[in-house]
Design a protein around this ligand. Structure first.
Ligand code: CTP
Length: 212
């Protein structure tokens, strides 16, 4: 199979030296990439800014912003059988970023933030028989919100976890599938979670009547 995996945070620049981002390290996505390689699949990784090193066997494209990640995913999507969006994509970017460094002044600095494109929503109309997997970081009414995301983004399944997952070794979470199944995961390592995700994608792919 051909996997397309996104990982890490995005950075949305305010000026030449400042940006908005989040604490994602890309660990979850890199675990998915290692697992796909172990299972003998082809993988393209679209990686936001992180100090973690991707496996050399993966075809890795580095990006910085949500818009760059969208462009890279759009360009690679046609070629993949499954998209696994582990990236913590910033939902907002500065509306009028400056190329220069903004000088401080006496007045408060007001930043207008505008929505970034939603990558999973953008590719959903081209899904066809591809398998799309998303993540949801939730703090309250987790299952309800994750189900809404699953439906609106046309996902085959979604992995729900909490902000405690950022950079951590192990996570608590739930997998919710489009067919209504729920799998609870307690204190599971990111490597084990990656194996479950890749296993589910392989089974879905096989059930669509496609080989490896
Ligand atoms: N995602 C995306 N494009 C974005 C933002 C997120 O494709 N601009 C993907 C993420 O990679 C993840 C899933 O969508 O797989 C998360 O869904 P989302 O609704 O964006 O979650 P949150 O950002 O947590 O949404 P909210 O803050 O509204 O809960």
């Amino acid at each position: 199979m051909r996997f397309l995996v996104t990982a890490g945070p995005t950075r949305e620049y305010i000026d030449a030296v400042r940006f908005i981002s989040n604490p994602s390290t890309g660990r979850m996505g890199l675990a998915v990439v290692r697992r796909t390689l172990q299972a003998g699949h082809d993988v393209t990784l679209i990686l936001g800014p992180t100090w973690l090193k991707p496996p050399p066997e993966a075809h890795t494209l580095r990006v910085t912003s949500a818009r760059e990640m969208l462009d890279a995913v759009s360009a690679e999507y046609e070629k993949c059988d499954a998209l696994v969006m582990t990236a913590a994509v910033c939902d907002y970017e500065p509306g009028a970023p400056s190329n220069r460094k903004i000088k401080k002044g006496d007045q408060p600095l007001v930043l207008e933030l505008v929505r970034t494109p939603d990558i999973l929503l953008e590719v959903a109309p081209r899904k066809g028989s591809r398998i799309n997997v998303g993540f949801a970081l939730e703090v309250q009414d987790s299952i309800k919100h994750a189900r809404q995301k699953l439906l609106s983004k046309k996902l085959d399944f979604i992995v729900v976890n909490s902000p405690a997952a950022f950079g951590s070794e192990a996570v608590d979470g739930t997998i919710i599938t489009a067919s209504g199944e729920m799998e609870e995961l307690k204190d599971i390592t990111k490597d084990d979670l990656a194996a479950r995700i890749v296993g589910r994608v392989e089974r879905l792919h096989a059930s669509h009547g496609r080989g490896t």
